[in-house]
Structure formats: C-alpha cells, structure tokens
Design a protein around this ligand. Structure first.
Ligand code: NAD
Ligand code: UDP
Ligand code: UDP
Length: 314
C-alpha cells in the first residue's frame, strides 16, 4: 500500500538514493532539506515525478505535515562539513530529533534515525557490536557530531519508552557511491577525485588505519528492511559492510581502477581519528536477513564513473 513518507536530508547523498527507492516502490515522498550539504542536482531525476515533493526547511524548526513514515537523515555527515559550524551540527541532531519525534508522536508515524558508527568513537572493541557503548571524547572536534548523534539516540529511546513512538535506529558505517559530495573531504570521494584529476592522493597518517566501506544500494536496502520490520525491532542495529581495508589499500585500489598517474603523499592525521572500524552485522543478518552484496571493487567502479561524468561536465 502506498504510504506518505517524509525524508529529511533528502537532497543529500543517502537521502536522494532513498527518495528514489521509495518512489520506485510507489510511495508518496516528501523531501525536506535546507541544502547545507545537499543539492537540487541530486534530485534532478526525481523532480517532476507525480509522487515527489520537495520543501526547503531546516529541521531545527518545527514542521507540521501529515505522514505515515519518517526517515530522519538531516545532518552534515563528513568531518569537514560537520566541523564547519559545530554548534549548528549539534542543534541539527538534537533539535531536529525532537521536532521529528514530536511530529511522529502527533501523526503516529514510524520514525527511522540515521545514527552512526561514530557513536562508538575510537573503539576499544573490534569489530563493534551494538552492545558496545563506545569511546567518545565529549569535548573534541568530532564531539558535535558524535555526541549529537548519541543524544538523538537517547531521545529516540525515551520517546519510545515514555510515549510509545515507533522507532527504528540504524548505526550506519562508512558508505560511499554516486552523489557523494566531491568536496566533503571523505576518503572515497577525495581519493577518486584526486586520482581522476591526476592530483596527489592524500593519506592522513601512516595509512594503516582501517575502515569498512558499504556501497549505497546495499545500505538503502537495509534502511527499507529495518523500517518494514516488526515494531519490536527498534535497533540500534549496525548497517555496514564488514570487509575491512586499510586506507593505503583503498588508495592503491583507486589508483589501479582509475589507471591514474597520481602519487601518494602523506598528511598529518586528524585529531581523534579512529584507528580501526568494522561493523559486526550479525544482528542485521539475523533480524533483517540483510547483508551487503556489492564488493568494494564493483562499488568503486560505479563511483568512479559518476565522478568522471561530474568532473567532465563541471
Ligand atoms: P549528506 O551531507 O549528503 O546529507 C545530509 C543532508 O542533510 C544534506 O542534504 C543537508 O543539506 C541536509 N541537512 C543538514 N542539516 C540540515 C538541517 N538542519 N535541516 C534540513 N536539512 C539539513 O550526508 P549523507 O552521507 O547523505 O548522510 C545522511 C545521514 O546519514 C546523516 O544523518 C549522516 O549522519 C548519516 N550517516 C552517513 C554515513 C555515510 O557514510 N554516508 C555514515 C554514518 C551516518
Ligand atoms: N513538533 C513538530 N511537528 C509536529 C508536532 C511537534 O515539529 O507535528 C515539534 C514541536 O514544535 C515540539 C517538538 O516537536 O517542540 C516536540 O514535540 P512534543 O509533542 O514531544 O513536545 P511539546 O510540544 O510538548 O514540547
Ligand atoms: N583519510 C585520508 N585521506 C583523505 C581523507 C581521509 O587518509 O583524503 C582518512 C581519515 O584520516 C580516516 C579515513 O580516511 O582515517 C576515513 O575518513 P573519512 O573522513 O572518510 O571518514 P571517518 O573518519 O568519518 O570514518
């Protein structure tokens, strides 16, 4: 049955893929975004669709609409962007969560929160299961994002326990794919753009730190399955690809796939940069029957093709 679905942060990287998927399933989609990091260009293919509507709005302000489901994705996601105006980042996570939970309470909508592996901070348990409570520096430069997302989780669980709101909390691990912001400073977009331009590939630190990269289509499948799961499945639930690579391995792979002449250069490692990160996805496998299917090489090929087009059309 067609539902009325609100996607906050819908003009962003993940949000635009989610809007597309929900429209394909026949739903009415309302995309809300303040265009801080998202762009209308991400929605080019969707504008004009009879079931699609876009509204410029900042989630730190109340929003009164009638919906059946809410996906709350609004929040800058890359360190460069979330550290640009840290106070606004915390407000977006916290006030945004309060407003969207208030909306969910009033409309009795189900609400999904895009939480993050950053709630684990620089983890001392590896890989990270949902039960791990994390190692976050509350006053460091990443705290506006990490603590904002942690507080949003708190609000989700309190609205659930105290007020009966139906919640779904996903902890998303590094995800990549077409429509990532070319200047967001994240490692996949940086390396691909640098390789395509023949610029030096910037490795921060020794390049031995690890990350696990999930292709966007796999992640969106996880979102939709979590939303459709029975109400007792509140999460938090890890969504990510457990394949773990060092940053150096990623650089080598990107150079190989782009056939680039770029050389590798070393830059200082950012403060509080986690040394390793890998999701434990046993819960998602068990409860949602979900696991990623796109290998890094395939996903990188599609991402490289996207950035190649983007850079050549300007
Ligand atoms: P993105 O920056 O492309 O998308 C975020 C969107 O939210 C943008 O369109 C931005 O304009 C919008 N936005 C920001 N502040 C807003 C506000 N106050 N009101 C309305 N809209 C606002 O990032 P993304 O990678 O698509 O991330 C989407 C969500 O997923 C974020 O909540 C992020 O924290 C979470 N997440 C992403 C990843 C990842 O690897 N991509 C990992 C963990 C969590
Ligand atoms: N809110 C909203 N849309 C709604 C309902 C509520 O944006 O449809 C906002 C409202 O502005 C409030 C917040 O959500 O500040 C929290 O709502 P809740 O009902 O929990 O709190 P209260 O209104 O009692 O402060
Ligand atoms: N990184 C890097 N070069 C870059 C961008 C990032 O070596 O040009 C490293 C960064 O220090 C971190 C990893 O890649 O160890 C992932 O960084 P990103 O900002 O993409 O995500 P996050 O740290 O939030 O997982």
């Amino acid at each position: 049955m067609a539902k009325r679905i609100l996607v906050t942060g819908g003009a962003g990287f993940l949000g635009s893929h989610l809007c597309e998927r929900l429209l394909d399933e026949g739903h009415d989609v309302l995309c809300v975004d303040n265009y801080f990091t998202g762009t209308k260009r991400n929605l080019d293919a969707l504008v004009g669709h009879p079931h699609f509507e876009v509204m410029r709005h900042d989630v730190t302000f109340p929003l009164y609409v009638e919906v059946d489901e809410i996906y709350n994705l609004a929040c800058p996601a890359s360190p460069v962007h979330y550290q640009h105006d840290p106070v606004q980042t915390t407000k977006t996570s916290v006030h945004g969560a309060i407003n969207m939970l208030g909306l969910a309470k009033r409309t009795r909508a189900k609400i999904f929160q895009a939480s993050t592996s950053e709630v684990y901070g620089d983890p001392q348990v590896h890989p990270q299961p949902e039960s791990y409570q994390g190692n976050v520096n509350p006053i460091g430069p990443r705290a506006c994002y990490d603590e904002g997302k942690r507080c949003a989780e708190t609000l989700f669980f309190d609205y659930h326990r105290q007020l009966g709101v139906r919640i779904r909390v996903a902890r998303i691990f590094n995800t990549y794919g077409p429509r990532m912001h070319p200047d967001d400073g994240r490692v996949v977009s940086n390396f691909v753009v640098q390789a395509l331009r023949g610029d030096p590939i910037t490795i921060y630190g020794d390049g031995k730190q690890t990350r696990s990269f999930c292709y966007v289509d796999d992640l969106i499948e996880g979102f939709v399955r979590l939303m459709a799961a029975p109400d007792e499945v509140t999460g938090p639930i890890n969504l990510g690809n457990p394949g773990e690579f060092t940053i150096r391995e990623l650089a080598d792979k990107v150079i190989e796939l782009t056939n680039s002449s770029s050389k590798i250069v070393r830059k200082p490692v950012p403060i509080d940069d986690p040394r390793q990160r890998q999701p434990d996805i046993r819960l998602a496998k068990k409860v949602l029957g979900w696991k990623p299917t796109v290998p890094l090489e395939k996903g990188l090929e599609r991402t490289i093709a996207y950035f190649d087009r983007l850079l050549s059309t300007g």
